[in-house]
Design a protein around this ligand. Structure first.
Ligand code: KIV
Ligand code: ZN
Length: 525
């Protein structure tokens, strides 16, 4: 048995709430961010990048609240290379038991041109801003954005300047997901060898997954001496996403023989947080995603099942329970009681307070009335259902009836409660979903464009629930909605209304210009 306590420790820096949330459409509400931060802290994440405080009042409020509720994790906020951003960041993170300011500027030729700064001018800016951040906070992380496309000599020069100015962590981002594992390790090795003072600070690796190499690149950087991995749950992030936390953590655990590093992560909490992030971000996890995909532990082929029954290790390199996946197969039905539901949900990784359980129990009973057998996947869909309107939502569905047939257009009769007042209308369309969406648009005229409409059957059978995801866009703002129901049309309208409510919320909480999505490209003083 290996003695892990002597292995080098790799810090896990989670940026689901900052880089992950930057993914178009992945916007989360204030309470959802707080809940995720709590789960990350509880799971053993070392540093939580909670947001970008200058981006909007909402971001500032979320980072401050996360800082105030923080327990063990260091709470970090992002700031561009200017005093205003850094001051705002400090105002938000200073409430944490352990605060960190993370400031960055793009250092590659393309970024220098975009900022219209010479190498010397940029070096000066880095010196000033890191010094300023360090005067406010003892714990400062600096990132040369697009480091992997920055000339090595210049990268060494600016890294040294940041260290001299007081940066305690040096993050090396592969912003565009361009490098390959061998380069990732040689870059870290080169910096450790060439930059004076490099042995006294922590090097971090921050990889994007554009070429599908983010996990491999992060682990290669660790092998070369990086001691912090920046990652997100489910690999959430702009474009192809970031390094997935669950992948790097499980790789170091399962292949500890060749990756002898330890983390503080309680891996049994992975599945629960993965589901939570999928639900609140509206980004479903692909079925064959490593570690947390629905099929990651499914063995359906006859040969595999036979082998598994004889010895699970035949085809399994880790146990489902390692990531918090229960191995129960108890099917629930309408006679199942509250205690059974609580136990089942706990097995599935959902820990509920009494009032939450009461609400879920009502919805579970309604589902069990319509569906004879309620499977694990049905319960997960129920827990992830965002279609139930909340009291503060502008739009609420009161009644929906659709008429379908082979002849003539389909019709929908809809009653929507809009800001407390009921409005009804009949609409037609090319299919029942189209008719129902037309009715929504007639009752609540809006300019939001439907970008995505996706339906999945949760289980087999004609009484299966459908989960529907909808993404809408208006003036550059994107919002997603999700819902599940045994009736596909009802699930569709609930998901659409959910997306519209989120869009309305976003409209209220931010002006178009203060959208965090544009932070990579703006960096004015
Ligand atoms: O990808 C990137 O370069 C970033 C920086 C802000 C660290 O997310
Ligand atoms: Zn990034």
């Amino acid at each position: 048995m290996t003695d892990k306590s002597t292995q080098p420790r790799v810090l896990i820096f989670d940026t689901t709430l900052r880089d992950g949330e930057q993914s178009p459409g992945a916007t989360m509400t204030h309470n959802e961010k707080l809940e995720i931060a709590h789960l990350l802290d509880d799971m053993g994440v070392d540093i939580i990048e909670a947001g970008f405080p200058i981006a909007s009042e909402g971001d500032f409020a979320a980072v401050s609240a996360i800082a105030k509720q923080s327990n063990t994790a260091t709470i970090c906020g992002l700031a561009r290379a200017n005093f205003k951003d850094i001051d705002r960041c400090w105002e938000a993170v200073k409430h944490a038991k352990s605060p960190r300011i993370h400031t960055f500027i793009g250092t590659s030729p393309l970024h220098r041109a975009m900022h219209d700064l010479t190498m010397d001018q940029m070096a000066e800016r880095i010196h000033e801003t890191v010094t300023h951040a360090r005067n406010l906070c003892d714990n400062v992380q600096w990132s040369p954005m697009d480091a992997t496309r920055t000339e090595h000599d210049y990268l060494c020069r600016v890294v040294e300047i940041a260290i001299l100015a007081g940066a305690t962590t040096l993050n090396i981002p592969d912003t565009v997901g361009y490098i390959a594992p061998r380069e990732s390790s040689s870059l870290i090795r080169m910096l450790l060898e060439r930059v004076p003072g490099a042995d006294n600070i922590i090097f971090a690796t921050h990889c994007h997954n554009d070429l599908g190499m983010a996990t491999a690149n992060a682990l290669a950087a660790v092998e070369a001496g990086a001691r912090q991995i920046e990652c997100t749950i489910n690999g959430l992030g702009e474009r192809a996403g970031n390094t997935a936390l669950e992948e790097v953590v499980m790789a170091m655990k399962v292949r500890n023989d060749i990756l002898p590093y330890r983390t503080r992560i309680d891996t049994t909490k992975i599945m629960n947080i993965s589901r939570k992030v999928a639900t609140v971000s509206g980004f479903a996890v692909q079925f064959n995603k490593a570690i947390v995909g629905k099929n990651a532990f499914a063995h359906e082929s006859g040969i595999h099942q036979d082998g598994m029954l004889k010895n699970a290790e035949t085809f399994e390199i880790m146990r489902p329970t390692d990531i918090g996946l229960a191995e129960t197969s108890l099917v629930m039905g309408k006679h199942s009681g509250r205690a059974a539901l609580r136990a089942k949900l706990r097995d599935l990784g959902f820990e509920l307070a009494d009032n939450q359980l009461a609400d879920v129990f009502v919805r579970f009973k309604a589902l069990a009335d319509r569906k004879k057998e309620v499977y694990d996947d049905d319960l997960i869909a129920l827990m992830q259902d965002h279609g139930t309107s909340e009291a503060h939502d502008t739009l609420q569905i009161k009644r929906l009836r659709v008429v379908c047939g082979t002849d003539g257009p389909q019709e929908a009769e809809l009653t929507l409660t809009i800001e407390g007042v009921d409005h009804s209308i009949d609409a037609t369309g090319d299919g029942p979903v189209d008719a129902a969406f037309n009715a929504v648009k007639m009752l609540y005229p809006h300019g939001a464009r439907l970008q995505l409409y996706q339906v999945h059957a949760v289980t087999e059978g004609t009484d299966a629930q459908a989960t529907v995801s909808v993404r809408v866009e208006e003036d550059g703002r994107i919002a997603t909605g999700q819902s599940a129901d045994t009736d596909t049309v009802v699930a569709s309208v609930k998901a659409y209304i959910n997306a519209l409510n989120r869009l309305i919320q976003r409209r209220k909480s931010s002006a178009p210009g203060d959208d965090t999505k544009s932070i990579h490209y703006k960096d004015q003083s």
